[in-house]
Design a protein around this ligand. Sequence first.
Ligand SMILES: NC(=O)c1ccc[n+]([C@@H]2O[C@H](COP(=O)([O-])OP(=O)(O)OC[C@H]3O[C@@H](n4cnc5c(N)ncnc54)[C@H](O)[C@@H]3O)[C@@H](O)[C@H]2O)c1
Ligand SMILES: [Zn+2]
Length: 357
Amino acid sequence: MNHVLNIDLGHHQYPIQVGEYFDFSLVSDRLQGRKVLLVSNDCVAPLYLAQVKAALSNNEVHVCVVQDGENHKNVKSWQMILNAAAQCGLTRTDVMVALGGGVVCDMTGFAAASWMRGVDFIQVPTTLLSQIDASVGGKTGVNHSKGKNLIGAFHQPLAVIINTQTLDTLPEREFNAGIGEAVKYAGINQASFADWLVDQQQAIRSKSPEVLTSLITQCCQFKVDVVEQDEKEQGVRALLNLGHTFGHALETATAYQGYLHGEAVALGMVMAAELSHRLGHCDASVRKTLEKLLQGFDLPIKLSKGLSPEQLVALMRLDKKVQSGKHRLILMKGMGQAFVADGVAEADMLAAIEACV
Ligand SMILES: NC(=O)c1ccc[n+]([C@@H]2O[C@H](COP(=O)([O-])OP(=O)(O)OC[C@H]3O[C@@H](n4cnc5c(N)ncnc54)[C@H](O)[C@@H]3O)[C@@H](O)[C@H]2O)c1
Ligand SMILES: [Zn+2]
């Protein structure tokens, strides 16, 4: 059975469908008579492109397959998508469809935002991370050599169509990394969701279809609630960065080879909880609860050997949110009680990281 959530941003509403098929019936009226540029990558296309093409058999479908990987999330791949759009004569009234993980979804969304100043697009996310996070909320973009996601636009999709069966082929490590972002919602404002994740751990790990549907639907709803309040990240949306400032430093320090994004966020949340405790915002149990939860999904909770806490703090200094040596971080007053903390001192950050070695 399909579960449908609606996201209402005032100026734009669209459905997020969670089911077990590539089922476009929800948007069949909107797709009628429109040409489709279907974008995927060379990992996902062999697995699912034929099924998605079949599901879109009432449309004229053109295909663009880019290379797999975060290192191909760049202007070159974006241009490839635009070239494919030009080649097939995609007009202002046609549609792009993204089939893949967060990388394909972000890039296709940005191509859709820029082609003819904006055409419609549909997200068909195929990783857990993209199903519960990246495909919701309208942030699109590509990386610049100076940093991640530096080039982009806000562009909301026509619909998000999630087929949970795609998770059967996702490598376990990628699946668990997605759980890192799910735990983030528990940390931000959904304390009881942490208990649910503990209760359902085995069922999630064995990919029970009902439990996966419930997991994804809940997480999408959590993100929808935040994005509906603050689409352009001027306030509460910043809380979605829980664990991310530490996490980005971990990713940069290891040149994106050491941790998957969700793994870096997991460890980053442990550091944020430790720092929150040190600054007197919460008790030590918050870190313990997080660690237990993350360990249940084989996510990292300790800094790998060879990474220096000083180097991580130096990398965090380069973050946009630093003002005269004082940092803005998302900290926690308890599980499910994240808040924006201004003026955090580097010495405290360093001590917190050292306590996670
Ligand atoms: N827009 C947003 O709000 C937002 C939020 C979070 C993350 N992101 C972005 O998302 C990206 C990370 O997304 P990701 O974790 O999905 O990574 P990804 O897109 O690189 O996918 C991970 C790997 O799994 C493969 N894959 C995808 N689906 C598969 C399937 N069903 N079976 C087998 N293999 C499959 C991919 O080809 C890739 O090799 C980052 O670029 C990040 O910046 C965006
Ligand atoms: Zn993230």
